[in-house]
Design a protein around this ligand. Structure first.
Ligand code: PLP
Length: 443
C-alpha cells in the first residue's frame, strides 16, 4: 500500500524511472513523448548533459547557504541574466522555489510598495476569472478557477475578478478584435472605479492563460489597454508568466509580443526546466526604490530562496536555450504544431478551437460546434483523453475550464523546445487518436 498521498488518491500510476530528450520512461520500459513538458516545465527535455554537468559542479562547490547570511555567485549570475533580458523597467530578481511562491511574493511586494510610498489604503487585488496563479492561499485567492477555490471559500484574502480575454467564448459574432479588446479591458476600469480609484493595489493576469483555459492568448491591444488603465489609476500590473514565460511562446517573455512591460512579473516552470524547483519575481526599479528608500527591506523570505542548486540549474538551462538558439525552433515548431493540429483536428466535429503561441497550444473540445456547447463535466472527457493518451505513450495536459458556469474541456500542449518535425507528427497523430478513443468511450 502506498504512503504517498498523491499516489494514494490517484490510484494506479506508471512509475517514472528515466528520461531522455523529449521522452520519459516507466518501470515497465514504456516510453512516453512528453508533449506537455509535464506542466509546461521541461523546456530543454530530459537528461540534458550540460545541465547535469552544471548541477554536479555546483553540488561539488556549494549546495546551500542561507540568504540571510550569504549571497552566492550562481544566484548573482542568474539574477544578472534574468534582468539583462527582462521587459523594460524590470531591474531586480527575487529567487524562490516555484510558481506559487513567486505569486505570493509578488502580491506582497505590491502591497508593501504602497505602504512604503504612503498609500496604505490600497488593499484590493483584481484578477480574472478562469485563471490560475497557484495553490497557496494568496495565489489561490487571486486565481479565478472555481474548481480549485470552492472548498476553501471564504478565502482569507478577498480578491475581485473580471472576465478573461477569451476570444473563442467571449468575443461576440461580428465584433472586431479591437472592439473586443476595448470591451474586455473596460471591465478593469469599471472594477477599479467600483472599488475606489485609490484603493486598488494591482491587477494580476497570465499573459497567455495556461492550465485553466488551454493556451488562450489575449487579442491584439488588450494588454496595451490594460497597461494604460493601470497607469491611469496608479495600479500595479503583475503579469504571471509562470507557465507561458521563459521562451514557451517563442519570445523570452510572452508579453514581449504584446508590447507591454509589467511592474512585476512571475516566472517559474521553464526557468529551471524541471532540473530543480525554482521560481522568481522580476520587479521594477520603482518598486525596488520604494523598498530601498523606505523600510530598507522586503518583508518576506523563505528558507530555500536563492538556492544555489536551483540557481545553477536555471542558469544552465537558460544559457543552453540561448546558445542553441532554441527560441527560433519554438517559433518554427510552434507553427508546425499549429499546422498539423489544424490539418488533423481542424474539421473535427468536437474540436471548437485550436489556439496558442509558439510551443504553447490548446485544443478546446465541444459537444456541439455551432453552439460551442461544452460536454457535460460529469463525463470527465479531459480525464478520458489523458488516459487514452498515456495508453498511447503520449503526455498531454487535458483540463476542464470554468467560465460563467460553463465548463469546457481542453488539451494543453507544451513540448520541449528541442522538439523536431517528426516528433510533432507523432504527437499530433497520437493526440488525434486519443481524442477519438476518448469520445468513443463516452456513454
Ligand atoms: N501561475 C501559473 C500561471 C501557473 O500555471 C502555475 C502552475 O501551474 C502557478 C502559478 C503555480 O506554480 P507552482 O505549481 O510552481 O506553485
Amino acid at each position: 500500500m502506498t504512503r504517498l498521498l498523491h499516489r494514494a488518491i490517484h490510484g494506479k500510476m506508471p512509475v517514472a524511472v528515466g528520461g531522455k530528450g523529449i521522452e520519459l520512461f516507466d518501470a515497465e520500459g514504456k516510453a512516453y513523448i512528453d508533449a506537455s513538458g509535464g506542466a509546461a516545465v521541461s523546456c530543454l527535455g530530459h537528461a540534458h548533459p550540460a545541465v547535469i554537468a552544471a548541477l554536479h559542479e555546483q553540488l561539488d562547490r556549494l549546495a546551500y547557504a542561507h540568504t540571510g547570511f550569504f549571497t552566492s555567485e550562481v544566484a548573482e549570475q542568474l539574477a544578472d541574466l534574468l534582468v539583462a533580458d527582462a521587459p523594460t523597467g524590470l531591474s531586480h530578481a527575487y529567487l524562490l522555489s516555484g510558481g506559487s511562491e513567486a505569486v505570493e511574493a509578488a502580491l506582497k511586494m505590491a502591497r508593501q510598495y504602497f505602504v512604503e510610498i504612503g498609500e496604505p489604503q490600497r488593499r484590493h487585488i483584481i484578477a480574472r476569472r478562469q485563471s490560475y496563479h497557484g495553490n497557496t492561499l494568496g495565489a489561490l485567492a487571486a486565481g479565478g478557477n472555481e474548481w480549485r477555490r470552492a472548498q476553501f471559500k471564504p478565502l482569507l484574502i478577498e480578491t475581485h475578478h473580471i472576465d478573461p480575454c477569451y476570444a473563442y467564448r467571449l468575443q461576440e459574432t461580428g465584433e472586431s478584435d479591437e472592439a473586443y479588446a476595448a470591451r474586455a479591458a473596460q471591465q478593469l476600469e469599471d472594477k477599479i472605479l467600483e472599488l475606489g480609484a485609490g484603493e486598488v493595489i494591482a491587477f494580476v493576469a497570465e499573459t497567455v492563460v495556461g492550465a485553466t483555459a488551454g493556451a488562450v492568448p489575449p487579442v491584439a491591444d488588450y494588454l496595451k489597454r490594460i497597461r494604460a488603465i493601470c497607469d491611469r489609476y496608479g495600479v500595479l500590473l503583475i503579469l504571471d508568466e509562470v507557465m507561458c514565460g521563459m521562451g514557451r511562446t517563442g519570445t523570452l517573455h510572452a508579453c514581449d509580443q504584446d508590447g507591454v512591460a509589467p511592474d512585476l512579473m512571475t516566472i517559474a516552470k521553464g526557468l529551471g526546466g524541471g532540473y530543480q524547483p525554482i521560481g522568481a519575481v522580476l520587479l521594477s526599479q520603482k518598486i525596488f526604490d520604494a523598498f530601498a528608500n523606505g523600510s530598507g527591506f522586503f518583508q518576506h523570505g523563505h528558507t530555500y530562496m536563492g538556492h544555489p542548486m536551483a540557481a545553477a540549474a536555471a542558469l544552465a538551462v537558460q544559457q543552453n536555450i540561448k546558445r542553441d538558439r532554441l527560441l527560433a525552433n519554438v517559433v518554427a515548431m510552434g507553427d508546425e504544431l499549429e499546422r498539423q493540429l489544424t490539418e488533423r483536428l481542424g474539421n473535427h466535429h468536437h474540436v471548437g478551437d485550436i489556439r496558442g503561441r509558439g510551443l504553447f497550444r490548446g485544443v478546446e473540445l465541444v459537444a456541439d460546434r455551432p453552439s460551442k456547447r461544452p460536454f457535460d463535466p460529469k463525463l470527465k472527457l479531459n480525464g478520458r483523453i489523458k488516459k487514452e493518451a498515456m495508453a498511447r505513450g503520449l503526455m498531454v495536459y487535458p483540463m476542464g475550464g470554468t467560465i460563467d458556469g460553463r465548463l469546457g474541456d481542453h488539451v494543453l500542449l507544451a513540448p520541449p523546445f528541442i522538439v523536431q518535425r517528426n516528433d510533432i507528427s507523432r504527437i499530433v497523430e497520437r493526440l488525434g487518436d486519443a481524442i477519438d478513443a476518448a469520445l468513443a468511450s463516452l456513454p
